[in-house]
Design a protein around this ligand. Sequence first.
Ligand code: HEC
Length: 138
Amino acid sequence: MIRFALSAALALVLPLTVACGGKEDEPGGGGEPIAAGPQLDPQVVAQANEIYVQRCTPCHGETGRGDGAASSTLNPKPRDFNDAAWQKSITDEHIEKIIKMGGQAVGKSAAMPSNPDLMNRHQVVAALKEKVRSFARK
Ligand code: HEC
């Protein structure tokens, strides 16, 4: 009888846990806080990921370490986005500006290209910035 009651309870609890799992951030629950700013559309995030792979990986590398195939010819080299101290030192605005306007616009290497086509695609730029931020959370 007790065993029956236990398994009946489990049968009730398990699907509930599964159904609730990963749905919403519970207050005080684990997980990294999502950076302030607009909630990003998953489609926009997918676009930004694609852009990162196509345009950024050659220099910044797949894991943001600045070790892409073209990076060896660069001086200065792209920094390591995994560097938590750098992440803390830099604003979201700086990251978004350099992505849109290139290195020269923020007093950095002109080798970091501008992306004029992203100038008015604020959500995509925000998602790219989040991508850059995400490397420090690995
Ligand atoms: C041709 C190589 C190249 C490509 C392509 C490139 N970058 Fe860069 N990027 C650089 C270099 C070099 C720097 C470092 C500039 C410096 O320190 O003076 C840099 C700097 C940056 C910085 C700022 C780092 C800092 O210290 O302020 C960010 C953010 C960044 N890139 C993001 C991107 C993103 C996102 C893309 C793709 C849309 C991209 N980069 C494409 C070469 C590149």
